[in-house]
Design a protein around this ligand. Structure first.
Ligand code: AVJ
Length: 317
């Protein structure tokens, strides 16, 4: 029973967080990478965001995956290995594990090791004949995966997480992913669409203030992990749709002139100066298909909801 879940440790860069944080805060426009939202508290807050009425993304993606469950499975055809970037919602993955044809192996990749292993064991109870290889690693960096050649593979990357990358980084990321694949392998990816600014604005400014807590929590994470002196009450959450760039921007705005220290380095903030904590790019169906085509994939089909609020693209190498 136990042998059904194997785990592989490929996460190497513990030292990186300090360097990346210090580097980002030294820029003229201070910046923190969105991946640092996700400590234990941050992951829990994100989970709560997905349940807010204004945050349509997760709910809509789950609806699309369930509505088109068999169409997706037929479109993909027989597949040996399903790779998931970031082991997220079990509802999304279960819909695929239950419907994909001839699936033998599931390989979730995540940097949060405890969460990864725990969800792998949980899933193995419901899918006793599935081989699960849990890979602890950073899927945004080049990875050597324990996959068999000559077996059809599909990468699943839900949640519009690729939206955190600048378009050029998203392009590089697609290229890098295509290098893990062979001709005929697939990529199933969730993409948030361009839509009325008011819908987008509401999704990132929920009434309950959960997104604000999530944004501010990045400062607590840095305080805890890197000995920072951020006073969370002296920063304010700001989120808006930048229509020019087609992205939601999240910032933390300093309420006063202040100095913050991290690992003995001092950073000065002017009143109203911001730290840019996240971009969340939105793509029309045509824009994303164009990006995929330019970067090693053929768009096969795009699944969407009646309001076109979210999209799930199936691409083939
Ligand atoms: C997990 C990156 C898809 O961009 O909507 C939610 C993160 N940030 N609310 C998104 C997020 C603020 C989320 N992604």
């Amino acid at each position: 029973m136990r042998q059904q879940v194997e785990s592989f440790d490929m996460y190497t860069d513990q030292q990186n967080m300090l360097q990346e944080v210090l580097h980002g805060l030294a820029q003229p426009q201070k910046v923190l990478q969105a991946k640092y939202f996700y400590d234990q508290t941050g992951s829990e807050l994100f989970e709560q965001i997905t349940q807010q009425p204004e945050y349509y993304l997760t709910r809509t993606e789950i609806d699309i995956l369930s509505e088109y469950q068999s169409a997706i499975a037929d479109c993909i055809g027989p597949v040996h290995t399903l790779i998931e970037y970031g082991s997220g919602s079990s509802r999304k993955i279960k819909s695929l594990l239950s419907s994909l044809h001839q699936l033998e192996q599931y390989m979730p990749i995540d940097i949060s090791k405890d969460f990864l292993i725990q969800s792998a064991h949980q899933l193995s109870k419901d899918y006793p004949s599935l081989r699960i290889k849990a890979v602890c690693g950073d899927y945004s960096a080049p990875l050597l995966l324990p996959v068999e050649e000559k077996q059809k593979k599909v990468i699943f990357f839900p949640g519009s997480t690729i939206g955190n990358f600048h378009p050029q980084e998203a392009a590089d990321f697609l290229q890098q992913s295509s290098q893990l694949l062979e001709k005929g392998d697939g990529f199933l990816i969730g993409i948030d669409t361009k839509k009325e600014a008011s819908v987008l604005h509401a999704a990132y400014n929920d009434q309950a203030g959960i997104t604000a807590q999530f944004n501010l929590n990045i400062l607590r994470h840095i305080n805890g992990s890197l000995n920072g002196t951020f006073d969370v009450d002296l920063f304010e959450d700001v989120a808006f749709y930048n229509e020019q760039q087609g992205r939601i921007e999240m910032h933390l705005k300093s309420r006063i002139d202040q100095i913050v220290t991290i690992a003995d380095q001092r950073f000065t903030f002017k009143k109203d100066e911001t730290i840019h904590t996240e971009n969340s790019y939105k793509y029309s169906q045509e824009e994303f298909q164009w990006l995929a085509k330019q970067n090693g994939f053929t768009p096969i089909r795009c699944f969407t909801d009646p309001q076109h609020h979210f999209s799930v693209h199936y691409l083939e190498k």
